[in-house]
Design a protein around this ligand. Structure first.
Ligand SMILES: Cc1cc2nc3c(=O)[nH]c(=O)nc-3n(C[C@H](O)[C@H](O)[C@H](O)COP(=O)(O)OP(=O)(O)OC[C@H]3O[C@@H](n4cnc5c(N)ncnc54)[C@H](O)[C@@H]3O)c2cc1C
Length: 387
């Protein structure tokens, strides 16, 4: 990343790139991901040693500090070799550092942020339910009922990534069944995964392997009052301002994937031979590579623009949402062309293109589908709500 970064940003980027080259090369990442049913604790531990779990956490709570630009630099650099495995860092950073850091009371911050920063606490996000993720509030069936000293939660969540190895779930539940509108009457809970009544089961899936995405069944799970985040019943209003951050981070992860695809495609095009030439001498392959490089720069410019708006406190909804759509579609298209450039080897588990394709495919669906993201842009442009 070369545009719009301060000297401090560039020094951090240089440090992270050197760390990535030494600690998480692509061959190592590929093997880690192939071990589909085992969570990569060794990767988590490397992040701990490097201090990455503390990025975005204030120094007074044992973190490294760092704003959205610092996080974006790290996300991009990690995703280049790690693709979806970079999310191993991202989930706890979002679910833990961000949520506690933004909505937590001073007591909650003091209790949990140092644990997160030092790599002793892992978190997962449990928002989506089997009845639907796009209409997440309208279809929410997980109910929290107020009881003496806390809440009892019952329901079912789906796709909670890394929940099987998490210490806490950042969980959204309907706390007022009589609320006038779907976005009212929902509460955010910080639920210990060892609470009686919780059953967590990993799901089989296309990509994002080895980090595990799970169903979470909750049967009358007691959560004490001091583990409610923010004001009860008003969670959605609280979450809204953080959605742009999430979209910027998705943009950074996708850009890292495009970086990885481009370097592998170029390497291969320069050494693979056909008809007595390297395939990089054929115009069709050159055009594919030119497309990937063009998508890389477009994504980078949009990413830097959205992050700059966010950093300066300006409204970045449009830029962050457009970035999320553009970055996920370009990353997936780039990986698809990457497979084409490598031919059969692109389809092989011995190269990374298939991994880039499988992992980037998710970003078109989550954390918000690109259809729903487009709905938001159209509405901002003055068109009526279509759903
Ligand atoms: C590998 C993986 C990891 C995930 N990790 C997590 C996690 O850690 N935590 C978590 O909470 N969730 C997670 N998710 C869930 C993800 O956020 C949801 O899959 C996503 O929000 C879409 O919800 P859905 O799958 O229920 O699709 P649905 O909501 O059923 O949508 C199906 C289709 O209908 C379209 N659609 C729906 N409504 C509209 C509309 N109004 N206009 C136009 N089109 C519409 C959608 O765009 C989509 O194409 C993960 C998902 C996957 C696959």
């Amino acid at each position: 990343m070369t545009t719009g970064l301060s000297d401090e940003n560039l020094a951090f980027q240089d440090m992270v790139n050197r760390w990535v080259a030494a600690e998480v090369p692509k061959d190592w990442a590929r093997k880690l991901e192939q071990d589909e049913h085992n969570y990569p604790f060794e990767l988590w531990d490397k992040f701990t040693e490097a201090g990455f779990h503390g990025i975005g956490i204030a120094e007074e709570y044992g973190g490294q500090g760092g704003d959205i630009v610092t996080q974006m630099i790290l996300a991009r650099a990690l995703a280049r070799p790690l693709a979806g495995l970079a999310w191993i860092w991202g989930i706890t950073s979002f679910a833990g550092a961000k949520s506690i850091g933004i909505y937590g009371t001073p007591e909650q911050k003091g209790r949990f942020l140092p644990e997160i920063a030092s790599g002793r606490l892992r978190a997962a996000i449990s928002f989506t339910e089997p009845s639907g993720g796009t209409d997440v509030l309208g279809s929410m069936r997980t109910i929290a009922t107020k009881v003496d000293g806390g809440w009892k939660i019952s329901g079912e969540k789906i796709w909670s990534s890394s929940a099987h190895v998490a210490d806490y779930l950042l969980l959204l539940a309907r706390s007022d069944k009589n609320a006038a509108k779907p976005h009212q009457g929902v509460t955010l809970f910080w639920v210990p995964t060892n609470s009686p009544g919780i059953k967590i089961t990993p799901l089989a899936k296309l990509g994002m392997r080895s980090m595990g995405s799970c169903t979470v069944h909750l049967d009358d799970v007691f959560v004490p009052d001091d583990l409610v985040l923010g004001e009860p019943h008003r969670a959605w209003y609280m979450l809204l301002p953080t959605l742009n951050n999430e979209r910027i981070m998705v943009g950074a992860f996708c850009l890292g994937v495009i970086d990885g695809v481009l370097e592998d495609a170029l390497d291969y095009a320069k050494q693979r031979k056909a008809f007595g030439k390297t395939i990089g001498e054929f115009q069709a392959i050159q055009h594919y590579i030119a497309n990937i490089a063009t998508w890389q720069l477009q994504t980078e410019l949009l990413l830097n623009h959205a992050a700059a708006l966010q950093t300066s406190g300006q409204d970045c909804f449009m830029a962050a949402t457009m970035l999320k759509i553009t970055a996920s579609e370009y990353a997936n298209q780039a990986a698809d062309l990457g497979i084409q450039i490598l031919g059969g080897m692109g389809y092989s588990a011995e190269t990374d293109m298939q991994r880039y394709w499988r992992d980037s495919r998710l970003w078109r669906i989550g954390p918000i589908t690109n259809e729903m993201a487009r709905n938001g842009i159209a509405e901002k442009l003055g068109l009526p709500r279509s759903f």
